[in-house]
Design a protein around this ligand. Structure first.
Ligand code: ADP
Length: 482
């Protein structure tokens, strides 16, 4: 793999305005497809994290004083640089994460779209003038940046999960200290390299890697950090919530999902199969909005199962840099084991594997795309996120039954259904207890729309005009004695 600009794969961390290249103990990043070493990075400790926070606090004050247009122009330039370097950014992403190169390119464009969107939104942070309670008073509301923000991001979208946070934070006038996933830090660093080139003061965007616990503890304990924005597991999210309590931080949590994908018998089955492949198998099933449970109405169940199998058999598994590959490797052995556990549990409780079900002959962490039929609510796949290429097909009879089953989970991130009856579309969209509902589509994420979940899936929304509010505080000013 050759980059057009090798400087984008930088083995150093931007911390408090300087690049740190070494530490006693180094983090080794490996390609999940081949096991080859991608590169090494310092593991920094609490002291350097504190320095990053202090530098961010200082720089943030100056950044917030700039005009929104100045901030917007730098973000716009950052977006343009991302798109100019799309191929290199995608190659770095595939190298450390494994997803097919075409999908990685898609992620870079998607990730960049958040920077573009929030560059545009930066200039629309309007306040309010409210009719007052007294004739001699005026009530004004202004919006101000929350200050220093700490972001902790996962490996499944090594670019977009960062830009979705950094875009609104920087647009609002905040500074950010970012801890990317240890598996995929080079995509984060490439973003920082481009941010610097775009003219963003380096202190506004530090990237720290090392012990997750030490870094997480330092970021949450700091009184200077006013907001934690996290994407990852519900377990770690709940811990960060708890750790943030003593300093009363604002929180944005994008946590696990257990998305239902429902196909009613008035749907177009071919469209539903296409949608299921996107919703279930994107990133090899490793996204928090991936369909985890596929419910199909009884009279079209066999037809759907057969068509899904035919469609999947045409798709190829392999190294992300090979042509025409749809499924890359899973991120690590732990991910493979979880998939195997879910399949074994379902089989033992009566499900049938009609496609795949095994580790792929390519070895490593490759796994065959899998379909299981006869899946029921008592199996592990019904309650836990599989995060792998397994499509469990549940059979249902009535709308009331399926809505009940779909909502019977502590999660509430994405949901999907296919139907054509307009009354049903409204009814079911309203009844699903989820932050997002895709109707007759398997792909819903976009910079213009609010992404987020209810129940154990999180707090707050990312993207859209709502996403900017998450990084702003309201200040009420009462002007008296007029
Ligand atoms: P995933 O299953 O996606 O790896 P995690 O919640 O474990 O989900 O990881 C998401 C992010 O949270 C990663 O950047 C990871 O390093 C980080 N993380 C894991 N444990 C902690 C912790 N104790 N404190 C802070 N961050 C953590």
């Amino acid at each position: 793999m050759k980059l057009n600009d090798p400087k984008l794969l930088r083995e150093a961390l931007p911390v408090a305005g300087k690049w740190i290249e070494t530490s006693d103990d180094m983090l080794t990043v490996k390609n999940p497809s081949t096991g080859d070493i991608v590169g090494k990075l310092p593991k920094i400790g609490a002291e350097e994290v504190e320095e990053a926070i202090a530098a961010a606090a200082k720089a943030q004050k100056q950044w917030a004083k700039r005009t929104a247009k100045e901030r917007a122009q730098i973000l716009r330039r950052w977006f343009e640089l991302m798109m100019e370097n799309q191929d290199d950014l995608a190659a770095i992403l595939t190298l450390e994460q494994g997803k097919p190169l075409s999908e990685a390119k898609g992620e870079i464009a998607y990730g960049a779209s958040f920077i573009e969107w929030f560059a545009e939104e930066a200039r629309r942070v309007y306040g309010d003038l409210i009719p007052a309670h007294r004739t001699d008073s005026r009530i004004m509301v202004m919006k101000q940046p929350v200050g220093v923000v700490a972001a902790i991001t996962p490996w499944n979208f090594p670019n977009a999960m960062i830009t979705r946070k950094a875009g609104p934070a920087l647009a609002a006038g905040c500074a950010m200290v970012l801890k990317p996933a240890s598996q995929t830090p080079f995509s984060a660093i490439a973003l920082a390299v481009l941010a610097e080139r775009a003219g963003l003061p380096m202190e506004l965007f530090s990237v720290v890697t090392g012990s997750s616990k030490t870094i997480g503890d330092t970021l949450t304990a700091s009184d200077v950090v006013r907001k934690i924005t996290f994407t990852g597991s519900t377990e770690v999210g709940a811990m960060l919530y708890e750790q943030s309590a003593p300093t009363i931080k604002k929180l944005g949590l994008e946590l696990g999902g257990n998305a239902p994908f429902i196909v009613f018998d008035d749907a177009n089955v071919d469209d539903a199969v296409d949608g299921a492949i996107i919703a279930k198998f994107r990133n090899n099933g490793q996204t928090c909005v991936c369909a985890n449970r596929i419910y199909v109405q009884a009279n079209i169940y066999n037809e759907f199962a057969q068509k899904l199998k035919q469609a999947l058999q045409k798709l190829k598994t392999g190294d992300g840099f090979e042509d025409n590959v749809t499924f890359g490797p899973l991120i690590d052995q732990g991910a493979v084991e979880k998939v195997e556990e879910h399949i074994a549990d379902a089989k033992q409780k009566g499900a049938e594997v009609t496609l795949g079900g095994q580790r792929h002959s390519l070895g490593g962490t490759f796994f065959e795309p899998t379909i299981m039929t006869g899946v029921t609510q008592d199996m592990a796949v019904a309650t836990e996120e599989t995060f792998g290429p397994v499509a469990p097909l549940f059979k249902f009879e009535s709308e009331a039954d399926v809505v009940h089953m779909a909502n019977d989970t502590e999660f509430g991130l994405a949901s999907y259904f296919y139907a054509n009856d307009l009354s049903r579309v409204w009814r079911v969209a309203e009844e699903l207890e989820y932050g997002m509902v895709g109707v007759n589509t398997g792909l819903i994420s976009t910079a213009e729309a609010p992404f987020g979940g209810v129940k154990h899936s999180g707090l707050g929304r990312e993207g859209s005009h709502y996403g900017l509010d998450e990084f702003l505080e309201l200040k009420y000013v009462c002007l008296g004695g007029i």
